[in-house]
Structure formats: C-alpha cells, structure tokens
Design a protein around this ligand. Sequence first.
Ligand SMILES: Cc1cc2nc3c(=O)[nH]c(=O)nc-3n(C[C@H](O)[C@H](O)[C@H](O)COP(=O)(O)O)c2cc1C
Length: 285
Amino acid sequence: MSETNKQNTNTNGIIEERIRTGRDFIMKFNDVEGIPEDYRTDQDMKKPQPPLTKAPMTGQITDLPKDFSSLDIDNDFLGIINRRKSHRVYTDEAISLTELSYLLWCTQGVKEIRGKSYATLRTVPSGGARHPFECYMAVRKVEGLEEGLYHYLPMIHQIERLADIEDMKSFISESLCEQTWAVKSSVVFYYSCVFYRAEWRYGVWAHGPVLIDAGHVTENLYLASESIGLGGCAIAAVEPEPSNKAFGLDGVEESIFYAMPVGTVKEEDREAEADFYAFLKEEGL
Ligand SMILES: Cc1cc2nc3c(=O)[nH]c(=O)nc-3n(C[C@H](O)[C@H](O)[C@H](O)COP(=O)(O)O)c2cc1C
C-alpha cells in the first residue's frame, strides 16, 4: 500500500480495503487459491448452456441495412488508428440508419455460429467466445428511428424498440453520472453483461475476462466511428440503477456497466474539445 493510499485511509481502513480488493481483482482473477480442488464450472458439470444472445423483449423490430457501400468509409487503417480520440463535443445532428447499422456490426456483429449453438464468432474477440454482452441504445437522432430506447439483436442484425422515454436528455445525463456533454450525441450505446453467459464456462474466473472483453467492443466503436467521420467517448462512469430500470434489466443476472455516446463532430470543435483538459492548466499539471 503506497503512502498516498495510507494517508487517504480515514476511517476503519475502508479505503485501504477497497483499494486492496480492487488490486486483488486485477491480480487474482485467474487464481485457484482458496477454490476447492473439486470445484467444477457448470460447463464442466454438463449443465445446460445459457442462450448465446437474449431473446427479443418486445419484438418491435426494425431491419438494419447490411450493405455499407453507401457509406464513405475511410479505409486508411493506420490513419484511423492515429486519428482516434475521444470526442465529447457533438454537433447534435442525426446519423443515418446505415451508419448505426455499421457501428453495431463493427462492435457486436455475428459472423458465424460455432458448433450447433455453442458460440458466436463476432467482429470483436471474446474470452472463450462467450460474448456476454447485450447492447442497448438511447437513440436521440437516427434517421428513420423514433427517439427512444432500443436493443440490438445480433443474431439477425436487427434492432427492437423497447420504450419511449419522457426526458431523453435527463436520462442520458443521469445514467452517465451527470456527464451532460453526452446529451448532444446522436446515440448512446449502453453495454450490459449477462453474467451467467461467462460464468457457465468460467465460473469464479469469469469476471476478469468480461472487463477485458468490454475494451475490445468500445475500441472497435472508436475506430468504426472514426472511419465514417463520427466521434464518441467510452464511459465507465455509468449509474447502473437508472440504466437498468430504463432497459428493463434486473441488475442481478444482467446489468449495464459501460457506455459510449457517439455523435456528429466537426473539425472546428477542436478547441472546444481541448477545454475538457482546461483543468491541466488551472491545476498546473
Ligand atoms: C474504460 C474507459 C472509461 C472511460 N470513462 C470515461 C468517462 O467516464 N468520462 C470521460 O469523459 N471519458 C472517459 N473515458 C475516455 C478517456 O478519458 C480517454 O480515453 C482518455 O482521456 C484518453 O484520451 P483519448 O481517448 O482521446 O486518447 C474513458 C475511456 C475508457 C477506455
């Protein structure tokens, strides 16, 4: 424990304990220490496998275009890698349904089913091909879609409309820990984890890989957005409770834990973007 962490330890060692727990989680997610030798995961015990994806919740389906040839996709791979950055200033315009379709395909699209129904192979990697995520959306401005809450159905590359939302901007803000800049994005992607999908195979060792997997999803979303001139910013500061309530999740078997607003951006906002780092100067950092 560093001196700094110790100094921050005010009462009862709670802070020190939380820090230690966090470190242990990172260091020991593969650890076998303390796990009974005869422990078997549910897959080892031949228990039935959970569904690869969640069944539609409302069935109010919208087809997504699968032909991306109308998009002006920048195929300069290194250029996209070098240009990728977090965008928090949006011009508040609509994106097209094909653009939304492209972003969903690049982040969670199902390319193949392995075995009879053992695993999906997707555009992102996932430990053991478990793909434990569901993707929900707060759609503000997407051509052809009414504002509201949606859910991606990766097996058929469609989306379903879940619900209206009374005050979209308040919802986005509250669910993203009052990061109000996000309310001008065109769509906010919310990622949930369906825990048992990973736990069935990996049991007590499931949870580290889940977090690692999430990084692949948003990195693809960063790069895909950049390749069609849109911008976004990954967000870990998510409030699970309002998000779960809005998308109808129980917060026990499935919970939102990560999000990313994506919106229209313009080069001239470079300075406004830089304002997010104004504190560096103010604090002499
Ligand atoms: C896991 C993760 C969580 C993040 N959470 C937030 C967040 O809650 N709010 C925010 O403004 N930026 C967030 N970011 C964006 C980072 O601040 C950003 O990636 C970092 O400052 C580097 O800037 P760059 O992405 O432009 O290279 C997050 C990024 C990642 C990968």
